[in-house]
Design a binder for this molecule. Sequence first.
Ligand code: FAD
Length: 485
Amino acid sequence: MTVKAETWPPQTEQVSDLVARLQQIVGSHHVIANAQDMAAYLSEPRDLFIGKALCVVLPGTTLEVAAVLKLCFETSVSIVPQGGNTGLVGGQIPDATGRQILLSLRRMTKLREIDLSSNTMIVEAGMTLAKVQEEAHAVERLFPLSLASEGSCTIGGNLATNAGGTAVLAYGNARDLVLGLEVVLADGRILHNLSKLKKDNTGYDLKHIFMGSEGTLGIITAACLKLFPMLASIETAFVGLASPQKAIDLLALVQRNAGDKLKTFELIPRIGLDFVLAHSEGPRDPLAQKHQWYVLIELGSQQLEGLRDSFLSLLESASEKAILEDASIATSLVQRQAFWALRERLSDVQKLEGGSIKHDVSVPISAIPAFLEEVETALQKAMPGARLCAFGHVGDGNIHCNVSQPLSADMAVDKARFLARWDEVNEIVHAIVIKYHGSISAEHGIGVLKRNLLVEVKDPVALAVMRAVKQALDPAGILNPGKVL
Ligand SMILES: Cc1cc2nc3c(=O)[nH]c(=O)nc-3n(C[C@H](O)[C@H](O)[C@H](O)COP(=O)(O)OP(=O)(O)OC[C@H]3O[C@@H](n4cnc5c(N)ncnc54)[C@H](O)[C@@H]3O)c2cc1C
C-alpha cells in the first residue's frame, strides 16, 4: 500500500491497513489510534503547539524502529519523533493534517552497557535525563548534562536538540558528551556508530550531523555517552552586583582563579527575583539588601577539602575590587537547593506576571552588557513599561531575553494586546542579536517556532548545505517535515 500525498486522504481501509501493519511490527498495545489516548502526545505542556496524528507508535527496540521507518518510507507517510515532549519550539508535535505518525521513543529505556575503564555508558534514546544521571551516579560517575526538564526529557531528545542547560560552561553542550550514536535512517537502515573512541579520524564525523537536527535527518535510538569523575565537594554562592558588566568582570575573575572548578555561572535580574518571591511560598531574598543583578555561581572539585576557603577568598577579592556588592555561600544542602530554586523557578513565574514574549538568544560574552542595554532602550521606545526579564547561562553568552507585559489596571485585557505584538518584539530583540553577531536560538532549536526566521538570518550557503544534507538523508522528506528547514 502506498499513501502518497496526492492520494490523500487515504481510504479508511488504507489507514487501517497501515495501522495493522504497524501493530504487527510493534505489537497491538503499542499503536495508539484513538483520539483520546493520543491527546497527551499531540500537545506540549504549554499548549502552544497542538497537532493531529494518524496514530502514535511506540517501538520497543531499534529493529522495530527500523521496520516502522521502512514501512513509512515505502508508503510515503511522514514521521514525527518524540521523546519526553518537553521541547520548546514545537519540533515534537505533528502538524494539523492528521497525516503524520508520531513515533514515541518512550519505551526504549534500556541501559545497554557501562564501561568504567573507558568511562562510557550506552543508553537507549527513551531513557530520561534524570535516569541517565542516576545510572552514572550508581557507578560513582557524573553525567553532567542538567536541565530543569530533566525528570521528563529523554536523552534522545537532548541529543536531537543538542540541549544546553546549566553545566555547559564546564562540560559543553549535549553534543560534547557523546562518543557514538545508533541512528535509524529514513529508509529504515540502521547506522551502527556506537563508538567509544575519542580518536577516530576516519572521515566525516557523522554523529554530529544528527545531533541538533531535531528529528529531521534520522531517529536516534541509542548513544554512547561520556562519563566524568564525581565531584567530592560543591560550593554554591548567590552574589549581588550592580550591572551585567560587573557580572562579566566577575566571570573573568572566577575563570582566572578557579579554572575548571567553575561549573555554573547564571545571571538573574532583580525583576526576575521579584517575580519568584511574589509567586512562590518559601523562597526568601537571599541577601540582606536588594541588588539590581545577581549571579548564581557553582564551583566543584574532586578534592574534599579547600574549595570553600578558596571560593571565599575569591569572593573577597572581587568585593575589594568593587566587582560585587554582596555574596553568600550556601552553608547547607537546603540553602544550596534554595539558591537553585530561585534560578529554576524563573521560567515558570513569568506566566504569573501576564503575557511574556520569549527569546532564547546568544551573543559573545563581551557584548552582553551593551546588548542588554540596547534591548532595554529599544523596548521602552516601542512599548513603554515593558518589563525585560533577561536571565540565564551568561557564562555561555546565552540569555533568555524574555519580555513581560507592562503593569496596568487591567492585566488580563492588556495581555492579549501585548501578545499580539509578539512578532514586533521578536524583531526588535533579534535585530540587536544579529547586530552583535549572535544566534536567534542558543539552545532550544528551530522546530516550527523559528523556521521562518532561520531563512532570514542564516548564511545562504549554510542553508544550501543544510538542504543538501536533508535531501541526501531523507530524499522523500518523511522525517519531521516542516521542522527546521
Ligand atoms: C522547564 C524546562 C526547562 C528547559 N530547560 C532547557 C535548558 O536549560 N536547555 C535546553 O537546551 N533546553 C531546555 N528545555 C527544552 C527541552 O527540555 C530540551 O529541548 C530537551 O532536550 C528535549 O528533550 P525531549 O526528550 O523532551 O524531546 P522532545 O520535546 O520530545 O523532542 C524535541 C525534538 O527532538 C526530536 N526528537 C526527540 N527524540 C528524538 C530521537 N530519539 N531521535 C530523533 N529526534 C528526536 C523531536 O522530533 C523534536 O524535534 C527546557 C524545557 C522545559 C520544559
